[in-house]
Ligand binder design. Structure first.
Ligand SMILES: [Mg+2]
Length: 385
């Protein structure tokens, strides 16, 4: 089998609300959907939910946007991979790394499309290519965007009514405001819901972070804290000073990052998604490092459209060891809503079938490949270039 063409298209998914987090500067949902065609008629799908302001701690990685992604695919990667066997995914990864340094979202989109082709050719879902499912039911954690306390609490209450038991809370990184938000949410959802704030690097120094985290743990029973500060040294100080587990997100992109985090004790939990690592295979490597270091992982797919989130679901199913609930979109389709707002970040998507959701959990797709197909009418409707 040989690759014959790459066709990246930019779409804009319609957002549910003004969902946002600290440092986000653009509306979410303007992403690239990729088709990779082969001489045997099998088409692989990939997605790059690329955002220019999302690039790792301390400028360590470059942000990507849809135009950068399309440029790299059309003008560099297509020329190197067209004519090769798409099933040699590790060879494709090595080629991409040789000719393009960095740009993991672009590479993740291409890699997942090649795995989609490989799975379809073999008649197996992608999670089986990764070693099979360690679990098939994936608990959904809903991300509540930055909002005033009463509004955030009302959102969280509705999410819980939709059957979801885990909420991530985006807060601005101002201790008094953060505490007011988490206390309002705790009051609204009761004692049984697991909740954790995501600071998105918002605290500027260690003492501010430590005092704020301790206050939120004492007064709102948060179970963890996500990326409170920027930089591995500060993260180590926080991790060694607070009792609640510290989740690293912006600081953990590659297996090399994960090694350093484990060595320097700069987090307790690794947040993984297929994009940051440059694909599912490298994400599995991070999972292995976490397992070796005694660090649980979670998989976040809050922002992905249906194609990208499918990749995250296969990753969630295949990771070994302790996998904690991550922020996962349920990728609602208009007219086929499964919740009111729980797990919903867009009111429509470009895939033909919604993921199976029940009782706060998604089920990993089990059709061959990623298990999703594109709705061509919706691709036309939401296409921007
Ligand atoms: Mg995060």
């Amino acid at each position: 089998m040989k690759i014959t063409s790459f066709d990246p298209q930019v779409i804009q998914l319609p957002g549910r609300s003004d969902y946002t987090w600290r440092s986000l500067e653009v509306p979410i949902g303007r992403y690239v959907v990729l088709r990779v065609e082969t001489d045997e008629g099998i088409v692989g799908l990939g997605e790059a939910p690329a955002i220019l302001t999302w690039g790792g701690e301390n400028q360590r990685y470059s942000g990507e946007d849809p135009e950068i992604v399309c440029h790299l695919v059309n003008n560099v990667i297509a020329g190197k991979l067209t004519g090769t066997d798409p099933r040699n995914v590790k060879s494709a990864l090595a080629t991409m790394d040789e000719f393009v340094r960095g740009f993991p979202y672009t590479k993740a989109m291409v890699e997942s499309a090649l795995l989609d082709i490989t799975g379809k050719a073999a008649g197996v879902p992608v999670y089986q290519l990764l070693g099979g499912a360690a679990r098939t039911l994936l608990p959904v954690c809903h991300s509540v965007g930055i909002a005033p306390p009463e509004k955030a609490a009302e959102t969280a209450r509705q999410v819980v009514e939709d059957g979801i038991r885990h909420v991530q809370i985006k807060v601005p990184g101002d201790p008094a405001t953060d505490l007011a938000i988490v206390k309002a949410i705790r009051k609204a959802v009761g004692d049984d819901i697991k909740m954790h704030p995501d600071i998105n690097r918002g605290y500027k120094d260690a003492k501010t972070a430590i005092n704020s985290i301790k206050a939120m743990a004492a007064e709102a029973d948060i179970w963890a804290i996500e990326q409170p500060v920027e930089g591995i040294d500060l993260m180590t100080r926080i991790t060694t000073a607070v009792d609640v587990p510290v989740i690293v997100d912006e600081g953990c992109w590659s297996p090399f990052d994960a090694m350093e985090i484990a060595r320097r004790n700069s987090a307790d939990i690794l947040s993984i998604y297929f994009t940051k690592a440059g694909g599912l295979i490298r994400s599995m490597e991070i999972g292995a490092i976490g397992r070796a270091a005694g660090m649980p992982v979670n998989v976040n797919g809050s922002l992905e459209g249906g194609v990208g989130n499918a990749a995250n679901l296969h990753l969630s199913a295949a990771l070994e060891g302790q996998v904690l609930p991550g922020v996962i979109s349920i990728n609602t389709l208009k007219g086929r809503e499964q919740t009111r707002i729980g797990g919903v970040f867009y009111v429509d998507d470009v895939i033909t079938e919604p993921f199976a959701y029940a009782n706060g959990c998604l089920t990993v797709p089990d059709a061959p490949g990623l298990g999703v197909e594109l709705d061509e009418d919706k691709m036309k409707k939401y296409r921007v270039s």
